[in-house]
Design a protein around this ligand. Structure first.
Ligand code: NOJ
Length: 763
């Protein structure tokens, strides 16, 4: 197993830049693969390019004669999905809310080792797109939030963590921002076309993939949508042009499942078709080579990229345990017990769950709780669902969550909604507490620590009396409760966009409790943006927590936060508006015209906080916002910018390329340093955020961040480097990143709207 050492103290520069060993390691891997694939016959080469049925989400063909095992691929970004003896990690959106790249790295390292022990060679994650352009997108929870820099750094950390054990397949490339019309099915002859101009493509959508490739990503999954009218998985401009050309991606491109729509996808840059292929099977690529429509070099290249990925990550093309070792198709039948879990992952899993919570309202010192005498608990989301068993896995390819695990809807209804890609689903999972997203981003828990059981344990310690009603929507409330906790959720799934940003039934439940309880604390297990204006101003609603999707240690983490054993440290990775209409065109995807869906990504170009800034819309909670139990005082900032002032406008040595593109793009040109003092009375972590306002722009965008734990009464220095790419804009004419002339303002903030210090850069 290839591995590398990771020094926690050395994290900031480490995560800010590319993986320095990637280039030479790739060169060696490609060389070795390049000597193996010519030993395969054309038929064998053809066979390794598409999937065959197995217990894995997908399995490529093997060539035992030369020692090539093929690749077992399995979902997803939150843990090994749909099997037993694995853990459910916090969902992508919780990691986005943690703003913690080191945490993301450790999470991925533990997760990757689980994939490996279960015989999976390719983990189908992390998710970069959807990146949250569309507020109602049903899959936003799988990604890290609505910003390229945040997503890029967390994805890069995840790639490095996963690839300590398995190949990471970073998905979905590119422009995949709505579930509506994502597939050409159900009266819809083609998928939606995401129409993206060159500048936005580079600055908003390609950005985080560039970080992932620079981190060494060995696989990329192309998406279901079309990009500028051509399917992403047969898009020469996107795959050969941007990804393999400009970003110099050395690994293999795998199609999203059934995302291949023609045999021409081979020449356009697709290397592996999943889960099978009607365009490449039965020797069709051999025939294409023979009749001159596909070059033999390209057929070799398709296989070479897979083998190289394997050499790069595993050091070999034969590896143990064998493919699919811990996966079976029927978990109710007797099968070998293969435990993927490592008990050492426990503290990290708990920390993920903790850091994914964002406290957004806290009045009258409602939190942390002080040994309440009577605590009342309400809301369907407060206790676990009734079933979690392998036999509920009726939709094997979509995971347990689609069965009975979290949804109060029949499997048929859900499947119907998914296949049509347009149906409405329930907005809340009223069957029990929500801790994961649904669809391929669903995680598979070993157990569940739900809020009720964790709070019951705490009640035992503190001699608190609990009063609970998880069933009623108009519950009776004890007038002498110290506090009332209300648990609601906001569910979403792959395959369908959400119906709305708030659920009136849950809102009225909160209001019904607040009408009778002067200290009402709302906990929302939300998949993404969830509006709270229905109850935000209610004087009895004293605290609101966005709990996101914490994985199996949900309740345990919540108790640590509510009781103040830990201070909240999560910050919103998206903007919460006051009204759904504030998102304008960005609220939902486009489905017009009906038979040829088009989505114009320049209407508007900017999304999330930059859209709000550009249009002077005051959000309810800004991007990057989160409260805690202490106060932080920011000191002066120091900026060292000699490198920037003296730098050439265009990147030097454009021919010196690494995986990720031109190497000099990753050179640090500016270092920003700021001191922050924890001036309160409890320990807590702060996330310092660096935004840039480029010459002539009225909006600013995130380009760096760092999270550090600061003991109360002490001061920490946050040092954050900005690379040449961070400081550049994409120039459409010269097709490169250029440092802008004029004045760039560096804004140091505790959120996108809470700027504590600034400095000017001029050139
Ligand atoms: C379709 C999803 O879009 C993708 O993310 C997933 O990895 C595959 N299905 C395999 O389950």
């Amino acid at each position: 197993l290839s591995s590398f050492s990771f020094a926690a103290q050395d994290q900031s520069p480490w995560f800010a830049h590319y993986n320095p060993s990637a280039a030479s390691k790739w060169a060696a891997a490609l060389n070795r693969a390049g000597t193996m694939t010519p030993q395969m016959t054309s038929e064998e080469l053809n066979n390794v390019t598409y999937g065959f049925s197995s217990a894995c989400s997908g399995m490529t063909g093997s060539v035992p004669r030369v020692g090539w095992d093929g690749l077992c691929m399995n979902d997803a970004g939150e843990g090994v999905r749909g099997t037993d003896l694995v853990n459910a990690y916090a969902e992508g959106i919780s990691i986005g809310a943690s703003w913690n790249a080191e945490l993301a790295y450790e999470r991925a390292r533990y997760m990757g080792a689980e994939f490996r022990r279960k015989g999976v060679k390719v983990a189908l994650g992390p998710v970069i797109e959807p990146i949250g352009r569309t507020a109602l997108n049903g899959r936003n929870m799988e990604g890290f939030g609505a910003d390229p820099s945040l997503a890029g750094k967390l994805a890069a950390a995840s790639v490095r963590g996963l690839q300590a054990s398995v190949i990471a397949s970073v998905k979905h490339f590119v422009g995949y921002e709505q579930e509506l019309d994502r597939m050409p099915i159900g009266g819809n002859p083609v998928s939606v076309s995401s129409n993206i101009n060159d500048k936005d493509m580079h600055e908003l959508y390609l950005w985080a993939f560039q970080d992932a490739v620079a981190a060494g990503a060995a696989s990329i999954m192309c998406s279901y949508n079309r990009v500028n009218q051509t399917y992403a998985c047969e898009n020469d401009a996107a795959l050969n042009g941007l990804l393999k050309g400009e970003l110099n991606f050395p690994g293999f491109v795998v199609s999203d499942w059934s995302g291949q729509h023609s045999g021409d996808s081979a020449a356009a840059g697709l290397d592996v078709a999943m889960p099978s292929s009607s365009y490449w099977d039965n020797g069709q690529l051999v025939a294409a080579v023979n009749n001159g429509t596909l070059s033999k070099e390209r057929l070799l290249d398709m296989a070479t990229r897979q083998l190289a990925a394997s050499y790069y990550v595993f050091g070999d093309i034969t590896s143990s345990p064998p493919n699919g070792y811990g996966l079976v198709t029927d978990y109710t039948a007797p099968h070998p017990l293969v435990d993927g879990r490592d008990p050492a992952s426990k503290p990290n899993r708990l920390q993920q769950a903790i850091e994914g919570h964002v406290l957004v309202k806290n009045t009258n010192n409602a939190l942390p709780l002080q040994k309440p005498k009577i605590l009342s608990l309400f809301g369907y989301d407060g206790r676990a669902q009734m079933v979690n068993s392998p036999s509920s896995n009726t939709l094997s390819n979509y995971g347990w969550a689609f069965g009975t695990q979290v949804m109060n809807a029949s499997v048929d209804t859900l499947l119907q909604a998914m296949v049509g890609g347009k149906g409405d689903i329930l907005q809340s999972a009223t069957g029990g507490t929500l801790f994961t997203g649904l669809g391929s981003g669903a995680s598979t828990p070993a157990y569940i620590s739900d809020p009720f059981s964790a709070i019951s344990d705490r009640a035992y310690d503190d001699d608190t009396y609990l009063w609970w009603d998880f069933k009623s929507y108009e519950p009776q409330v004890s007038a002498i409760s110290d506090a009332c906790l209300v648990f609601v959720n906001d569910v979403s799934t792959e395959g369908v966009d959400r119906a709305g940003l708030a659920d009136p039934v849950s809102d009225s439940l909160v209001l019904n409790v607040a009408a009778k309880c002067a200290n009402t604390i709302v906990v929302i297990h939300n998949t993404y943006i969830r509006l709270v204006d229905a109850f935000y101003d209610h004087p009895n609603v004293t605290a609101i927590v966005y709990a996101h999707l914490p994985g199996q240690d949900s309740g345990r983490a919540l108790v640590k936060l509510l009781w103040g054993d830990k201070s909240p440290s999560g910050k919103l990775p998206y903007t919460v508006a006051k009204n759904a209409s504030d998102y304008g065109q960005l609220l939902h995807g486009s489905g017009t015209p009906v038979n040829n869906s088009q989505s114009d990504f320049s209407q508007p170009s900017l999304f999330d906080y930059r859209y709000f800034q550009a249009n002077n819309i005051e959000p309810r909670f800004p991007f990057g916002f989160g409260l805690t139990y202490t106060t932080f005082t920011y000191g002066n900032i120091t900026v060292s910018s000699t490198g920037f002032r003296n730098a050439s406008t265009s990147p030097p040595n454009p021919n010196r390329r690494i995986p990720g593109g031109v190497k000099s793009l990753f050179d640090p040109l500016v270092s920003v340093s700021v001191t922050v003092t924890n001036s309160g009375s409890v320990d807590a972590a702060e996330v310092v955020q660096i935004y840039l306002q480029f010459p002539g722009e009225k909006t600013h965008l995130l380009r760096g961040f760092r999270k550090i734990e600061i003991p109360h009464g002490s001061t920490q220095e946050f040092a954050i480097d900005l690379s040449r790419r961070d400081l550049s804009r994409w120039d459409v004419t010269s097709q490169q990143w250029l440092l802008p002339n004029g004045t760039t303002t560096i804004l140091v903030g505790a959120s996108s709207a809470d700027i504590r210090a600034s400095a000017i850069l001029t050139r």
